[in-house]
Write a protein that binds this ligand. Structure first.
Ligand code: ZN
Length: 218
């Protein structure tokens, strides 16, 4: 009888997910992203300890690098990435309150690159919505999510303007006011650290219902 002893020969160290993802050589790819059904996506994530640890700072940078790669046609093809404008740590099976957003500005009508490449480029630790408009808004084309491998149609009802407080990667407290598409993306990511999926905010009976005052963002 053959004795299977490989498990004893394995390196005894059990690498945690965050250790794996923050290794210098690691590039986050779609294999690192958990999908709907995984219970981590339904947890309320833990606050990040302050001052920020090097590991948490590196994780934030790795998340931002993923978004950059996902928007770069060559890197996205090479790594097999779906394009994304936001990522939250729970999507990596790390239940911490960290999000990254990278929202490119569009080209002008002649196809020239914008003056500023991004309208929002930010890593947020412990982000919190401290104020919001009464007015609600939704993207005309609905939303998608790197953790959801199927289209879900309907208006995702959010606040049209939000004020967010967070700690930046330098450990400094920041406060920003967001509107339009940027406000939608940041709310989508903050939802992830609270265990909320975008489709939770779609009207089940009538996904394209327009309540009075709802702003549709094209
Ligand atoms: Zn998402």
């Amino acid at each position: 009888m053959r004795i299977h002893s490989y498990s004893l020969q394995r390196n005894g160290d059990i690498m945690t997910v965050i250790e794996k993802l923050t290794r210098a050589s690691h590039l986050i790819d779609m294999n690192d992203i958990i999908r709907e059904g995984n219970p981590t996506l339904r947890q309320v994530a833990d606050e990040v300890a302050l001052p920020l640890s090097d590991q948490d700072i590196i994780l934030g940078e790795k998340m931002m690098q993923f978004l950059k790669n996902s928007q770069d046609p060559v890197m996205a093809e090479k790594l097999g990435l779906r394009g994304g404008v936001g990522l939250a740590a729970p999507q990596l099976d790390i239940s911490k309150r960290i999000i990254a957003c990278l929202i490119p500005n569009p080209e002008d009508e002649e196809g020239n690159p914008p003056k500023e490449a991004y309208s929002l480029e930010v890593i947020m630790y412990n982000p919190k919505i401290v104020a919001h408009s009464v007015q609600e808004a939704a993207l005309a084309d609905g939303e998608g999510c790197l953790s959801v491998d199927r289209p879900v149609e309907g208006y995702v009802i959010r606040n049209s303007r939000v004020t967010v407080e967070y700690v930046d990667k330098n450990g400094d407290k920041q406060r920003v006011k967001l509107k339009g598409y940027n406000a939608i993306v940041v709310q989508h990511e903050i939802d992830h650290i609270n265990g909320i999926m975008f489709y939770d905010r779609i009207n089940e009976d009538n996904p394209f219902a327009i309540k009075e005052g709802l702003l549709i963002i094209e």
